[in-house]
Design a protein around this ligand. Structure first.
Ligand code: NAD
Length: 268
């Protein structure tokens, strides 16, 4: 990125446009996580944060980041464990009494199913991938709705493999397609409450989840070669666009999938 472009990004981060906003962030595993980039930008723009970690093992990585982000709430949340997501929302109700933004930045598929053909995917693998990566977003929306009394924004991370075939994305393609469709239906159902719902579709980023995909390095090098902007996106880029979607600048936008990919997805 040029110095000028970096200066502009830093200038944008001086605004306190999210001051007074309360944001739940689900999906920080470490400092490379897309959710961490979003949380860092939200915080810099003035938001108060609630941060979750998957389990005790991941707590060691997430807790120092939550401290650095001055998170008001730090709670465990494995969406596959009954009651954990509900407990997070109860803590938000007890601490804040309301919520303005909820970010879902999680995905999972069992390894055999992720690495095999979609044709061969098991019913169980498909169910687990769909539950953790898609239906948990619907559950999150249901829990957020009564807390978003002044409207709000629900955000989910998707990927271009939802709409076009990306070799090795496999089972996650249909799962992300369902996620993007769910975003549209939730936007329709919650619109009258001024709860806006968005999918964000980042270009490839080197994270732990991405390292589970076969030949991910090829996707990264192709992104640099083929994207009109000619550079990889970073987690702060995703954070800035995601933050924009929560602001009044985007108050008439809902149900969209916004690409943050340097234009990669427009290429044939
Ligand atoms: P990451 O590994 O940093 O984050 C994935 C997160 O999912 C982790 O925090 C993990 O704890 C969480 N998770 C998995 N199972 C869970 C469960 N049962 N309950 C709660 N949390 C669970 O990787 P990332 O790349 O930052 O992924 C975040 C999101 O971004 C995912 O939805 C991913 O599909 C999407 N995405 C990633 C890329 C990329 O290239 N990295 C591109 C587009 C979209």
């Amino acid at each position: 990125m040029s110095d000028h472009s970096t200066d502009l990004r830093n200038a944008a981060l001086q605004s306190k446009i999210l001051q007074g906003k309360r944001a739940l962030i689900i999906g920080i595993a470490n400092e490379h996580s897309i959710a961490y980039g979003c949380a860092r930008v939200f915080r810099q723009l003035g938001a108060e944060l609630a941060v979750t970690y998957l389990n005790e093992k991941s707590r060691a990585y997430v807790e120092p980041l939550a401290q650095e982000l001055e998170a008001s709430i730090l709670a465990p949340c494995d969406v596959a464990r009954e009651g954990e997501l509900e407990a997070v929302f109860q803590q938000i109700r007890d601490t804040w009494g309301g919520l303005d933004v909820a970010l879902h930045s999680i995905a999972f598929a069992p390894k055999d199913d992720l690495h095999g053909r979609v044709v061969d995917s098991s019913a169980d693998g498909f169910k687990v991938a769909m539950d953790i990566s898609c239906h948990s977003f619907i559950r999150m929306a249901r829990l957020a709705e009564p807390l978003m009394t002044d409207g709000g924004t629900l955000l989910a991370m998707s990927y271009h493999g939802a709409n076009k075939v990306v070799p090795n994305y496999n089972l996650m393609g249909p799962v992300k397609a369902a996620l993007e469709s769910a975003v549209r239906y939730l936007a329709y159902e919650l619109g009258d409450k001024h709860i806006r719902v968005h999918a964000i579709s980042p270009g490839p980023l080197k994270t732990r989840a991405a390292s589970g995909l076969k030949d991910f390095d090829v996707l990264l090098s192709e992104a640099i070669e083929r994207a009109p902007i000619g550079e990889l996106v970073d987690i702060d880029d995703v954070g800035l666009t995601t933050a924009y979607l929560t602001t009044p600048f985007a108050r008439r936008l809902t149900g969209t999938t916004t690409y943050v990919d340097g234009g990669l997805s427009i290429m044939a």
